[in-house]
Design a protein around this ligand. Structure first.
Ligand code: ATP
Ligand code: MG
Length: 332
């Protein structure tokens, strides 16, 4: 089977509904047809200053949310990036094959460094895409499910793999982006033309998977809609209502067309009330599962240790191949 790799950063206490509907649900489905590897990329999250105790906590919480969503450790390798040191080791070698100008062109770096200023921007943020390339190339991943925001980084990964192969002989699999058609893009409840985002959305714009259901219901009731009354899917003219329909459809399994019929002649209040019920109905058992994992951290850590054990075999082989190709003297 082709191998798939993906990951999320442990940068918040809870994932949001965009992470779930846009990524996690497709990760779960991919387990049926591919060899899947899912990681919590904690090394990446060091680019954002975080309290050490909180980072450990968020790493477990992120893993628990993968599991609660349906990532199955008997079918997928689930591990924490820092538990496999080869990620950082391969990133160093790749960084020596990345042009400074090439890295400086990454738009995510340009955006983030412009926002924070030069002195508040660390070098890790600059080399972040190289670490991401290492994550992917270590496992010969053929496919990488990515959102639009990660496309440029994947392009860099492909360039690095091709360059290395051309110089040292066939070493890396050149990965393809895996675009999952059926997944939804979810927008900010308060600003429905911007994507729902851990770092950019205001609290009221977010539906966080681990939030109190009462808070979630309230946020849905106060979601921005428009001055008309008609419930119709039209992302350009009616981004707020369309976003609510997308979320409803994704969680209830009803098509958007069916929903439009159901709500013909009814008001936004009805839609919001029903949607709140649908979302809360999903969240309650989800949260129960997450807390089940978090209440037993020893078992969770066992799952993560077993995942790391499985992938380490491949990671070691790849790194040894790379060290050999570039001429590092083997240790004995
Ligand atoms: P940040 O704001 O810190 O970048 P994020 O909310 O964008 O956080 P990521 O950890 O960058 O979350 O993304 C994890 C995964 O979730 C990625 O696969 C990304 O494409 C997907 N994703 C993020 N936001 C959305 C969204 N609003 N709708 C659909 N998918 C999303
Ligand atoms: Mg993002």
């Amino acid at each position: 089977d082709a191998r798939i790799l993906s990951g999320m950063q442990p940068t918040s206490d809870s994932l949001h509904l965009g992470n779930y509907l846009g990524a996690l649900t497709s990760w779960v489905g991919l387990q049926d047809s591919y060899e899947t590897i899912y990681t919590v990329v904690d090394l990446h999250s060091l680019t954002v200053a975080t309290d050490p105790q909180l980072l450990r906590e968020r790493t477990r919480r992120t893993a628990a949310q993968y599991l609660a969503a349906g990532v199955d450790p008997s079918r997928s390798a689930l591990f924490v990036q820092s538990h496999v040191p080869e990620h950082a080791q391969l990133a160093w070698v790749l960084s020596c094959h990345t042009g400074f100008g090439e890295a400086a062109r990454m738009t995510q770096f340009k955006d983030k460094s412009a926002r924070h200023g030069n002195d508040a921007t660390n070098v890790g943020l600059f080399t972040y895409p190289i670490l991401m390339a290492a994550d992917i190339l270590l496992y010969d991943a053929a496919l990488v499910p990515v959102g639009e925001d990660q496309r440029q980084h994947l392009e860099l990964t492909r360039d690095l793999a091709q360059r290395f192969n051309a110089r040292f002989g066939q070493t890396f699999v050149v990965p393809e982006p895996h675009i999952v058609r059926a997944t939804a893009k979810i927008y900010d409840l308060q600003e429905p033309t911007a994507k729902m985002s851990k770092s950019a959305s205001s609290p009221n714009g977010l539906i966080e998977l681990l939030d109190d259901p009462k808070v979630v219901a309230k946020r849905i009731r106060s979601a921005v809609t428009d001055a008309e009354r008609e419930i119709r899917f039209d992302p350009v003219a009616k981004p707020g209502v369309s976003n609510l329909l997308t979320i409803h459809s994704a969680l209830s399994g009803r098509t958007v067309a069916e929903l439009e019929q159901d709500y013909a002649g009814r008001g936004y209040g009805d839609l919001k009330k029903d949607l709140a019920e649908v979302v809360v109905g999903f969240l309650e058992p989800f949260q129960e599962r997450v807390h089940g994992y978090l209440d037993d951290p020893a078992s969770l850590d066992d799952v993560l240790a077993e995942g790391a054990e499985r992938v380490r075999v491949v990671a070691r082989e790849t790194l040894a191949r790379v060290y050999d190709r570039v001429g590092l003297l083997p240790a004995r």
